[in-house]
Design a protein around this ligand. Structure first.
Ligand SMILES: CC(C)(COP(=O)(O)OP(=O)(O)OC[C@H]1O[C@@H](n2cnc3c(N)ncnc32)[C@H](O)[C@@H]1OP(=O)(O)O)[C@@H](O)C(=O)NCCC(=O)NCCS
Length: 136
């Protein structure tokens, strides 16, 4: 696992683009996100990324993805994020997921995330966002 700094912005953007071809984030966005206080990023050499923000006792997944699915890449990244958040004193982890993103919802349910709310028509395609949370 590689700890990402702003110097990894290009590769973060490339991996993100491979996971989310319809909503690529450019390298400049990653450079600025990774420079923010409380932001942590990791790259999995197999093709995966996690961006996590930890502020006070709350953590938030900004983005997570695996290029090749069901090989444990997402799980490895999420576990690292959970351990890091816990070690910094976070007691909850939050995220937003598209209501129709069944694989991601199953992935989050698998580690204990539960639905904490819904933002109607949150995404540009009209889809709802689910707010999910887990005690860590
Ligand atoms: C969500 C995502 C990150 C999961 O990563 P992954 O590496 O494929 O998941 P893992 O192999 O680590 O799976 C861990 C467990 O989660 C659950 N899970 C993951 N994908 C699943 C699916 N499609 N259906 C059902 N359960 C699933 C399973 O319990 C799985 O364990 P198992 O394979 O031993 O049964 C991946 O599907 C992805 O990149 N999706 C596109 C990007 C995305 O939607 N990101 C989240 C936006 S909020």
């Amino acid at each position: 696992m590689i700890t990402a700094s702003p110097a990894h912005a290009d590769i973060m953007a490339a991996v993100h683009g491979a996971v989310f071809p319809d909503e690529p984030w450019d390298a400049a966005s990653f450079a600025s996100l990774l420079a923010q206080p409380g932001m942590f990023g990791w790259l999995d050499e197999r093709g995966g990324l996690l961006l996590l923000r930890v502020v006070a006792d709350e953590a938030e997944i900004i983005t997570i993805g695996a290029v090749t699915k069901r090989r444990g890449i997402g799980q490895a990244l999420l576990q690292l994020g959970l351990e890091t958040a816990r070690s910094l004193g976070a007691v909850k982890m939050h995220l937003e997921v598209a209501a129709g993103n069944t694989p991601a919802r199953a992935f989050y349910n698998n580690v204990g995330f539960t639905e904490a709310g819904r933002r109607r028509r949150y995404y540009s395609n009209g889809e709802d966002a689910l707010l999910m949370v887990v005690d860590i």
